[in-house]
Design a protein around this ligand. Structure first.
Ligand code: DX5
Ligand code: ZN
Length: 224
């Protein structure tokens, strides 16, 4: 069973506390917090203040705060997000001049280190750091907005990455983010993903958040 990480980018910001609680009460495992700077991606979202605001809710559910930095030169803000309460800090390969150094910074700040790959970036970009990370995030949309169409070529990339992680004996999480729905959840887990990020599939639409979380659980337990 994969972990479910609702992405609050798609939540009702006027009721963030309630929406996050509802998702974790329903059994979601992490809160995925998409930080965007309007530079690395064409959108602006939240900062360390929201991470800090989510910390008590995460603690109350023994859930992790999974911060996805879609920002240029993220090394500038590693300690800021650590102090705000992030448990996992993921940076983009494409946004780091000194990726190896940023991973060291994340670990020195006491967080688990994640690296993210955009759909246009070859998996080989991870080769030098794969043994050093705690999480790899395969973007299955071009980052910036919730509600986009899943890019089908992401699934073979997940399968290849799973094989690479197994080959080096890594226990890093393999996370997929973008266009993830109950309808593709099982195939993504079968391909090797073990953390599913979902924004609009959890917080969008007319169903209750709890129903949407349950739909993911049900989809992953479906007989093959
Ligand atoms: C990058 C963001 C989104 C978000 C998920 O754009 O990282 O992918 O988390 O949004 P949905 O699940 O609605 O595609
Ligand atoms: Zn994300």
């Amino acid at each position: 069973m994969a972990l479910i990480a609702p992405s609050i980018i798609a939540a009702d910001y006027g009721h963030l506390h309630t929406q996050a609680n509802d998702a974790l009460d329903a059994g979601a495992n992490w809160l995925h917090l998409d930080v965007m700077d309007g530079q690395f991606v064409p959108n602006l979202t939240i900062g360390p203040g929201i991470v800090q605001a989510m910390r008590p809710i995460a603690d109350a559910h023994e859930a992790a705060l999974d911060v996805h930095l879609m920002i240029d030169d993220p090394g500038r803000f590693i300690n800021t997000f650590a102090q705000a309460g992030a448990d996992v800090c993921t940076v983009h390969v494409e946004a780091c001049t000194h990726l190896h150094r940023v991973i060291q910074q994340i670990n020195q700040a006491g967080m688990q280190a994640g690296v993210a790959l955009n759909p246009g970036t070859p998996l080989a970009a991870l080769d030098a750091v794969l043994p050093l990370v705690d999480l790899v995030l395969v973007m299955s949309v071009n980052p910036g907005f919730s509600g986009q169409q899943f890019i089908d070529r992401s699934t073979p990339r997940i399968r290849t990455l799973r094989r690479q992680l197994n080959a080096i004996g890594s226990d890093a999480y393999l996370q997929v983010d973008g266009g993830v729905k109950p309808t593709n959840a099982k195939s993504l887990v079968q391909a090797g993903a073990d953390v599913l990020v979902a924004g609009s599939a959890i917080f969008g639409g007319s169903n209750a958040v709890a129903e949407n979380v349950n739909a993911f659980r049900a989809a992953m337990t479906l007989k093959a």
